[in-house]
Design a protein around this ligand. Sequence first.
Ligand code: SF4
Length: 364
Amino acid sequence: MKKNTIWSIYGGDWKGMTKAVLEAADVKSAIPKKDARVGIKPNLVLALAACNGATTHPEIAEGIIEYLREHGFENLCMLEGAWVGARTKDAADVCGYTDLSKKTGVEFIDTQPDTATAVDCGGMELKICDSALALDYMINVPVMKGHCQTRLTCALKNMKGLIPNSEKRRYHAMGLHKPIGHLALGIKQNFVLVDAVCGDLDYEEGGSPVQRDQVFGTYDPVLCDAYACTQLGYTVSDVPYIGIAETLGAGSADLSRLEEIVLAQPEKPMLKPQHRVDRLLSHVRQKDACSACCANTAYALLRLQEAGKLNRLTVPVCIGQGYREQADESALGIGRCTAGFRRSVPGCPPPAGVILRFLEENLR
Ligand code: SF4
């Protein structure tokens, strides 16, 4: 098991991409026994279909179920609790998990009415749902998206769906970061399979999806969230719960040790950017641009906007396969397709953090 590896894949066949990541990471060999109780933990924060940027695509959960069954694992369940104020059943119905459970015969456990046990999580006592504690192996399937309070939500924060509602309220009273960091010691995420297909720009509840068409996986939830920071244009220090989890020994946020294995590069043109994403991308010239490049640039432009610097971006920003083999003296090029530009940032796609630094260096 390579803890410092992230397997990444881009495309439109989310189920097939999921199975490719699981195969590449050899997850089957990491599960301790054939009759292990394996839990799949999506993000069903509220009753809103995955295309809105808040919840996990059911195709990804289905890919996990198929992969596990093909390798002889039958003791499976899906488990999740919606946020306070929403009913898990409504979310499971709307997001396709009730149908998926019927279709596959895999039990869906609503953790909202579950019993819970207090667990010592690195010196902080936190209550955890018993259905989560009963698992032998957990595959966490978060959505990589923005969050209005913690900036980012991905692997570590997704574990909040496995605590009682009363505990969720208490986390907010404690400022979120500290208990989320400590919870990483109470619940073992054995593998993280991230839905980075169209996570929201900056809200947990969706509404401004940013189409990226990526799925990625890793054995280290801390590394996962550190990598997610770079994809959204943040640094690890911008999201304090990552550092807290790392200090407690839940994983490593050291991106200098990261080995990213890209199983398939982006190739799908962005079809229809939406809402605020569309407005951000009005600064961009696109010619056959992949969704991942557009999405990462949108995140970088948002970070510039938040810093009050966007109005200093006065030269055109170009993205897309249509710029291959082209030279340009004045525009800023994003990604390896613009390698012929005088000023271009490499990568396919470059992470938002790298794009942000490049744009900042080239502001008026
Ligand atoms: S660099 Fe080119 S091929 Fe790569 S993601 Fe960007 S637009 Fe697509």
